[in-house]
Write a protein that binds this ligand. Structure first.
Ligand SMILES: Nc1ncnc2c1ncn2[C@@H]1O[C@H](COP(=O)(O)OP(=O)(O)OP(=O)(O)O)[C@@H](O)[C@H]1O
Length: 481
């Protein structure tokens, strides 16, 4: 017979102590209770436990502050942290200080039982992770909705690993922010974070951009050039809009993931790649695989850990925190801060946010710059959100669909990536060519693949749109991408 699992439970809330005790005893554990940090520490000093389940905020101190001391004393004892704070920082700090897992309150008792049992099992197999060293800088991910907490938990678990991650989410949901946070929180944080947007680089240059090229590899390759993989050495390479990666580059990428090395374009010597890959997409990669536009083997290699960021309309409870965050940021830039009255807030929560957090960020920025009043009411919000179409070809829909924000974003990135390297002539044609594809794809996505509506939205003749779709090789799926 196995000995019962000895669990120490610390929480200042009597009701929680009771339900947790009952639930754990029902699955065969023996449970000791502590009501504050002092009692917790006394118990930890006095007796051995298999698992500690501890709240964060207690009247006489913060459970997380005790965590390093507890871990020093009993490195084999897994600690499960419960918290109602539910921020990424709590999840991250808990994990950094050596917690086995983090449960956001309110949690399911089943989940608690499962976590305690698996912690005890792992401890018995001597597989408890060692505590991470120093705390990291503040991580700017805002939102405490349940869906974001799931994401934070998954991120916290990924922290000590080098696993390849694919982040899926609509445009403007914060995919790059999450990728950066994963980098900053992980052990590669001292290395570079290099972001490359597949949609912003001309297709024929992607391979040399990523892998570098030897001198003379192609016309115009006058000297050897290092690619992003080499630039990201010992750090993280963020491959944004991975669904836009051409097939040939996909083959090279697959090789890096399989063999940990690559060759430059026009080169033959393999170069070792010490790079962690984080990919992101706002497309359904599986659908691209089905359409033979994305390699299936690469899909599985990249999708080792899938993370999904829900759209803002699925986490409306995050809006107040996000408003406060962007407002504070505007104030830090010297702009006048704004308040939002209750009705303005309800109006914001009734909106569908097709451009997600980026659209909200732009809205706050715009209000801070333009609105004369200090307290923003419903009318001002409605005025912006319900703006009449500015012209017959649907400028209102264009803005509301989030396309405007998305295209602006693409352009900004494009200039950031290429602005200074572009030849002085032909800039207009080149930028238009780069923007056209994402623009048409976004229009098709916004209209669920309806070419007639897309043509209207874009103000293009239907046949012109057809021609462009054909020329650019854009895949049209009935229900978007
Ligand atoms: N949870 C969040 N907290 C604070 N800021 C956020 C959050 N999510 C997104 N943002 C902000 O919204 C903007 C868009 O985020 P980001 O560029 O990471 O989105 P994305 O999903 O990568 O977009 P795209 O698919 O268009 O590249 C950024 O300015 C980012 O700082």
């Amino acid at each position: 017979m196995h000995e019962p699992i000895r669990v120490l439970v610390a929480d200042d809330d009597r009701a929680i102590r009771l339900v947790v005790k009952q639930s754990l005893e029902a699955c065969g554990c023996t449970v000791t209770l502590a009501e504050n940090s002092t009692q917790l520490w006394e118990h930890v000093l006095a007796a051995g436990f298999d698992v500690l389940v501890s709240d964060v905020l207690m009247p006489d101190g913060n459970g997380l502050d005790l965590l390093p001391k507890i871990r020093d004393l009993h490195p084999q004892m897994p600690v499960i942290v419960m918290s109602a704070q539910n921020t990424l920082m709590t999840a991250v700090t808990a994990t950094q200080r050596g917690a086995f897992d983090y449960l956001a309150k309110p949690f399911d008792l089943d989940e608690l039982e499962r976590t305690v049992l698996s912690a005890a099992r792992e401890a018995r197999q001597n597989a408890v992770q060692t505590p991470k060293d120093e705390a990291q800088a503040d991580i700017p991910l805002i939102g405490r909705s349940a869906v974001m907490q799931d994401l934070y938990r998954a991120m916290a678990r990924l922290m000590p690993t080098d696993l390849t991650v694919t982040i899926t989410g609509e445009s403007g949901t914060g995919k790059e922010l999450v990728a950066r946070a994963l980098h900053d929180m992980g052990h590669r944080h001292k290395g570079p974070f290099v972001a490359v947007n597949m949609a912003a680089i001309p297709k024929d240059l992607i391979e040399s951009d990523l892998f570098g090229h030897e001198r003379g590899a192609f016309t115009g390759a006058n000297s050897r050039a290092v690619g992003r993989f080499e630039q990201a050495n010992s750090g993280t390479l963020f491959l944004d809009e991975i669904g836009d990666m051409p097939i040939e580059a996909q083959t090279r990428l697959l090789r890096v993931l399989q063999e940990g090395e690559f060759t430059m374009v026009g080169g033959s010597t393999p170069i070792r790649a010490d790079v962690r890959i984080i990919a992101a997409t706002n497309k359904d990669l599986k659908a691209l695989v089905a359409a033979h536009r994305f390699r299936e083997d690469l899909y599985y290699r990249l999708n080792v850990v899938p993370l999904t960021i829900p759209p803002l309309r699925a986490r409306l409870s995050d809006i107040p925190d996000l408003l406060a965050h962007f407002n504070n940021r505007a104030v830090a830039q010297g702009l006048p801060g704004k308040r939002f009255d209750g009705k303005a807030l309800s109006r914001l929560c009734a909106y569908s946010w097709p451009g997600n957090v980026r659209e909200l960020e732009n809205l706050v920025q715009r209000l801070c710059v333009l609105a004369p009043e200090e307290t923003i009411g419903e009318a001002t919000i409605a005025q912006i959100l319900d703006a009449e179409p500015e012209s017959e070809n649907g400028a209102g829909t264009w803005r509301e669909s989030g396309l405007k924000d998305a295209v602006e974003h693409h352009l900004t990135r494009y200039f950031k990536a290429h602005g200074t390297h572009l030849p002085p002539s032909g800039l207009h044609a080149r930028v238009v060519r780069e923007v056209e594809r994402p623009l048409i794809e976004l229009a098709l996505k916004a209209t669920k693949g309806n070419q007639l509506k897309s043509a209207e939205l874009l103000g293009l003749n239907r046949n012109t749109l057809r021609k462009k779709i054909r020329e650019l090789g854009i895949h049209v799926a009935r229900n978007g991408f």
